[in-house]
Ligand binder design. Structure first.
Ligand code: BGC
Length: 729
């Protein structure tokens, strides 16, 4: 019920008086000695209560944010506080009105295992956000791939908390280097889309700390993001956005997070409870009631359900985030020209460093143009497009274009267009064209569905027969398969290729017609490969972004040595995955009963052979490992040193990985302890030094409610989690 106008007037007078009598004090959880914090505090004192309330609610869509963003906070012109225009930015700006570049999906970035690349990725997207007028980018997804069928796995950074955390740090720093506020999300326990609004994730303390909170802890510590976005789900019965243990005790008090907590869109459910739990900003709609709107907040103040100090804390945090990120003094103006060609070159280099070579029998790859008279390219619209992710992890208005009349896809039950955004991304240089450029003397022919209005329909028997005939008369067949996924519609039901439903049949038919069949996968999730032994080579290209055609061709023809490594396990069967249970039903309220055994930890603990393990990826060259030495500092920091030599014949990049065996009840056999990415010419070698922090050698001690260092971890060094070359202790 809404109070009447008189009542509101009374409330206003009362609350104004309250705000005048309370001196704002820096919260314990902030950084009171920081100049930005002091400046925020001074500015806060100049704001009226009305102005403060204006700063804690973002509105969309009826006051459609300028530039087609997802939210907007009005500034206070009198005090030179600029408005904050917010946009999604997982794989490029999500502006609904301005053309944007589409980068490879975040999971591709994770497959590069390259911190510098992640920094550059954050920075390149932020340059575009700023040019479009956005002051905040919502691109920092870091939920772990607990559920390999997760609809948003492509937006995240894989199944390991250290990999995800360190790449998120780099990305956050890259974003904020351009004076754009970075938001990291979805905090926490949001590992699936099934029952996404309000499903209750049941996660015990130790599992939470060692796995699902860890990427956020690392990012808060080393990336200082302006904002943390709390998620839609409940965590251990409480909504994440009104969970005081999560937001106040852990994030703000224990981790000293000084920025702001913003809700996911529509994830606020209460006024007083959410505010008291630590939520600082509601992302709501001014079309409907907002919990952080003026009336409910004034009401809660007058009722003493919340305090003025807490409201001040909310505002001070926002001001602090704006000042420290540079947005306060350098607000983005928008309307700047974007150099889309230069950005595309960068997008291509990201993809080239992210592609994972999964199989290469008899050195089928790299291809040699001079030997190929006719090349068959089959399936997945490889003559015009690449696949991208859906939902807010996508570019809404890609500069390269989407299918005719096809804003996106109708998912699962429909075959066609209509769902939000553009899973089939038109690209200026599709795979067929890129191959023609690299192999001009070959005839490159495409076979597959060419109907843009039903891009996901199954291949007809005639189309499969055509593909087989083409493969038979060609020297080589490249079959592109794709696995669409995305936000909101739920998770995949199986890791088997779907949409089109008979892609496996297509691969098998082509492979039986031509022994030189290469499969290129465009997916954001692991996929099952019943045809694995029947094809010559397999390449995982993820959702490759707008320069994907050229990047994939460059890897196939050896212009680039593949160096990506899997950021999650590819299982052999659905039934082997930790979340399948007896029936494969996705739980509405997931209980994380596998505890610490996420991803590769599960396959190691259960002694299950995956199809391709975490950290795996082939190269056109070979790397030899030698000379392991371990050194412990007095503070328990561990230094792992060894030599890697490129003992093959071409230049390439390797990702040497350090795994730890921690001898403690409940710990899985291995955890990632660190890694490096190095580039070596043939014959060259390099000493690699990897520093493992004490926390990475620790377990969460529930009785002490703290990290506990476990001495004498065994160190395993290798080229994947199962290709261990050196051991030491
Ligand atoms: C998603 C967020 C996204 C927001 C704004 C939500 O539905 O869960 O990740 O940032 O929408 O588009």
């Amino acid at each position: 019920m809404q109070p009447n106008r008189v009542w509101i007037a009374v409330l206003l007078v009362m609350s104004f008086a309250v705000s005048l009598t309370i001196t704002a004090e820096a919260q314990e959880s902030g950084t009171p000695n920081d100049a930005a914090w002091r400046r925020a505090d001074e500015l806060l004192k100049k704001l009226t209560l009305d102005e403060k309330l204006q700063l804690i609610l973002s509105r969309y869509p009826s006051n459609a944010s300028p530039g087609g963003g997802g939210g907007y906070i009005e500034g206070v012109t009198r005090l030179h506080i600029p408005g904050i225009n917010i946009s999604d930015s997982a794989t490029g700006s999500g502006s609904t009105t301005q053309p944007s570049s589409t980068f490879p999906a975040t999971i591709a970035l994770a497959a590069s295992w390259d911190r510098q690349l992640s920094y550059n990725y954050g920075s390149e997207i932020a340059i575009q956000l700023r040019a479009q007028g956005f002051a905040m980018g919502l691109g920092g997804g870091a939920n772990l791939t607990r559920e390999p069928r997760g609809g948003r796995a492509f937006e995240y950074l894989g199944e390991d908390p250290l990999l995800a955390g360190e790449l998120l740090v780099a990305r956050t720093n890259g974003t904020q280097s351009q004076k754009v506020m970075a938001s990291i999300k979805h905090f926490a326990g949001n590992e699936q889309e099934t029952n996404r609004i309000g499903g209750d994730s049941r996660i015990d303390d130790r599992t939470l700390r060692e796995l699902y909170l860890l990427p956020f802890e690392i990012a808060v510590e080393q990336g200082h993001p302006a904002s943390v976005m709390c998620s839609y789900n409940r965590l251990n019965a409480e909504y994440a956005c009104e969970n005081s243990v999560l937001l106040t005790d852990i994030l703000k008090t224990q981790w000293h997070f000084a920025g702001q907590v913003q809700s996911d869109w529509g994830a606020t459910h209460t006024t007083a409870k959410a505010i008291n739990a630590g939520l600082d900003e509601e992302e709501g709609s001014d079309a409907g009631p907002s919990y952080f709107g003026r009336v409910p907040v004034l009401f809660a103040l007058a009722n003493h359900d919340i305090t003025q100090e807490r409201v001040d804390d909310m505002v001070r945090r926002k001001l602090y985030a704006m000042i420290s990120s540079g947005v306060m003094d350098h607000p983005p103006l928008g309307g700047e020209k974007i150099d889309f060609d230069a950005t595309r070159t960068f997008a291509q280099s990201v993809e080239e460093q992210s592609i994972v070579l999964l199989k290469n029998d008899r050195q089928q790859l790299p291809l040699s143009a001079s030997k190929l008279k006719r090349i068959a390219v089959v399936g997945s619209h490889a003559d015009v497009a690449v696949m991208s992710g859906g939902g807010s992890g996508d570019t809404m208005h890609p500069v390269t274009g989407s299918f005719t009349g096809c804003e996106g896809l109708e998912f699962v039950d429909h075959n066609g267009c209509g769902w939000w955004r553009n899973p089939w991304l038109k690209v200026p240089v599709p795979l067929t064209k890129a191959i023609r450029e690299l192999s001009p003397a070959s005839e490159v022919e495409f076979s597959g569905v060419q109907d843009e209005h039903a891009p996901f329909r199954a291949y007809s028997p005639g189309e499969i027969a055509d593909a087989v005939a083409l493969a038979r008369r060609s020297d080589l067949a490249i079959v592109v398969v794709a696995q669409p996924a995305g936000e909101d519609f739920g998770d995949l039901r199986t890791l088997s290729l779907q949409n089109p439903s008979n892609q496996n049949e297509l691969v098998e038919a082509v492979a039986s017609a031509n022994p030189h069949t290469i499969v290129v996968i465009e997916s954001g999730n692991p996929v099952l490969m019943p045809w694995k032994d029947k094809v010559a080579a397999i390449v995982e290209a993820w959702y490759p972004g707008e320069a994907g055609g050229r990047a994939i061709a460059n890897v196939l023809f050896g212009k680039v040595d593949p160096s990506g490594k899997l950021p999650f396990t590819f299982p052999a069967r659905d039934e082997d995955t930790p979340t399948w249970g007896a029936t494969g039903a996705l739980s509405k309220d997931p209980v994380y009963s596998e505890k610490l055994n996420i991803g590769y930890r599960w396959y190691d603990a259960k002694k299950l052979a995956p199809l391709f393990e975490f950290g795996y990826g082939l190269s056109y060259t070979h790397f030899a490992y030698s000379d392991l030495s371990l050194k412990h500092d007095p503070d328990h920091t561990l230094h792992v040193s060894f030599t890697v030599k490129n003992d093959g014949t071409v230049e390439g990049a390797e990702v040497p990985q350090v795994y730890l065996g921690i001898d403690y009840a409940g710990e899985p056999p291995l955890r990632l302890g660190g890694w490096s990415k190095i580039h070596l010419k043939p014959g060259a070698s390099q000493q690699v030094d990897i520093t493992v922090s004490p926390r990475t050698q620790s377990v969460w001690d529930t009785s002490a409610a703290d990290w506990r260092y476990i001495p004498d971890a065994a160190a395993y060094v290798g080229s994947s989690s199962r290709d261990i070359r050196l051991k030491g202790r």
